[in-house]
Design a binder for this molecule. Structure first.
Ligand code: GLN
Length: 447
């Protein structure tokens, strides 16, 4: 069972633009030879160039080019797995996006905004009404009053907020601490910022913060620590005690905290706690969030960063030159979304709890060791009862022979070995889809 997984891992590690196990294959190009640019490109490849159209089989595709900052990164695992899901007709419990639609009242608000002509550039740091709605939600959630004009920046999803925060506040060589397993964009945007990445690993079964290791990695060279709670991929929620430990280390070492809280409304067992709400932390924290997960509209890409004015300045400078501003009608619709009554969030959690139960119970029946996932719409399991050497080999088998897609977690570690026993499933799918995936695993996955 082992060699295929190793081969696949090699493919993932060594081939930058591959759909999972398949590397780039040279494609025959059909070219018009009378175009000057084609003539230049093809001068070496074509010897008899007197016909109008010639099919040329490229022996070697031109080498892929990418800056040094990004050369070690691969096609994101989410893209790879979603492509494979389609290719193999597999049930996609990989990439975290709902296969159901967002609420009508939010979609209607977007349509209305478009009809009303709210279609030109928005103010760079956000439509004023959305900045205010974000500030109001933050106040309700954390008790903190922020100035929507100076402390809220609307971005193109939380992913852009993360990039703008790193690029706007991190200098080359600055040390930034992240917890493994980490969401893939953290490492890539830190690399774009030329930061020095320090990692601390969260280990099963409870993915608790290892205090000694964290203390060791913090120093006066630490510029920032990035915290994702509830945590993708494990579903862990940082406890009050863990956040207090991190806060005390930030204060002691004069470091910043960057927090990704996009799953804050998907907290099943405990209240979500924002790092910014801890004493002494607001002034050194950038709190990031988005609309996508909470309103099942991941394609809208509306996010935001909340930070005191002196930190918002750096975030806004980077945002200004990354995207400048974000989709205007979607921002207007987001205002409507954020005005949703509490019952909306209660209903969302209730629905997700039912989905989570179907997936977790099903995975246990299939024979996985399922780790507790207090938040997010993900669960992490140990696949080793099925005898595969690593997560990649297991996921390959799961797609091809079982017809289900999961995410191998080794790609979320600096040392892939640390994640080789773990795979992630999402329950952001309708109940029939979840049941179908479980049935397929029950029928085709043998210990
Ligand atoms: N956040 C989603 C996940 O973890 C993926 C988003 C993406 O594909 N970049 O599955």
């Amino acid at each position: 069972m082992q060699s295929r997984g190793v081969a696949l891992r090699e493919a993932i590690i060594s081939s930058p633009a591959l759909p999972f196990s398949e590397g780039l294959k040279p494609k025959p190009h059909i070219c018009k030879l009378n175009k000057p640019w084609v003539r230049t490109i093809m001068a070496s490849a074509v010897s008899t160039a007197n016909s109008e159209q010639v099919a040329v089989k490229a022996q070697e595709p031109p080498p892929l080019q990418v800056s040094r900052r990004l050369e070690k990164f691969k096609t994101t695992i989410f893209t790879q797995m979603s492509i494979l899901a389609v290719k193999h007709g597999a049930v996609n419990l990989g990439q975290g996006f709902p296969n159901f639609d967002g609420p009508e009242f939010v979609k209607e608000a977007a349509i209305k905004a478009i009809r009303e002509g709210k279609n030109q550039y928005a103010r760079g740091y956000g439509v004023p009404e959305l900045n205010s709605a974000v500030a109001a939600r933050f106040k309700k959630d954390t008790g903190l009053t922020v100035d929507p004009e100076k402390e809220v920046t609307v971005t193109s999803g939380c992913t852009e907020a993360i990039a703008a925060t790193m690029l706007g506040l991190i200098n080359p060589g600055d040390e930034v601490i992240i917890f493994s397993p980490f969401y893939d964009s953290y490492q890539a945007t830190l690399s774009m910022s030329d930061a020095k990445i320090k990692t601390v690993t969260l280990r099963p079964p409870d993915f608790a913060v290892p205090e000694k290791e964290l203390r060791e990695v913090f120093s006066e060279n630490t510029r920032a620590i990035l915290i994702n709670t509830p945590h993708n991929p494990t579903g862990k929620m940082f406890s009050q005690k863990e956040l207090e430990l991190i806060a005390s280390l930030c204060i002691e070492n004069d470091a910043l905290a960057f927090t990704d809280e996009v799953y804050d409304k998907l907290a099943f067992e405990a209240e979500h706690i924002s790092m910014a709400s801890l004493p002494g932390m607001y002034e050194r924290t950038v709190t990031m969030n988005s609309l996508g997960k909470t309103f099942s509209l991941t394609g809208w890409k509306i996010g935001w960063a909340i930070a005191p004015p002196h930190l918002s300045w750096g975030v806004r400078q980077a945002h200004s030159y990354l995207t400048f501003s974000t989709s205007t009608p979607m921002q207007w619709a987001s205002v409507a979304a954020l005005q949703a009554p509490d019952s909306y969030y209660e209903e969302l959690l209730k629905d997700y709890r039912a989905k989570k139960n179907i997936l977790v119970d099903g995975l246990k029946t299939v024979g996985f060791k399922v780790y507790d996932s207090p938040g997010t719409y993900f669960v992490v399991v140990d696949h080793t009862p099925f005898g595969f050497d690593n997560d990649i080999a297991f996921c390959e088998h799961l797609i091809e022979k079982v017809g289900v897609v999961a995410i191998p977690t080794s790609v979320f570690y600096v040392d892939p070995n640390e994640g080789k026993n773990l795979v992630r499933f999402t329950f952001a799918k309708d109940e029939d889809t979840l049941k179908q995936a479980i049935e397929r695993m029950k029928a085709n996955l043998k210990r």
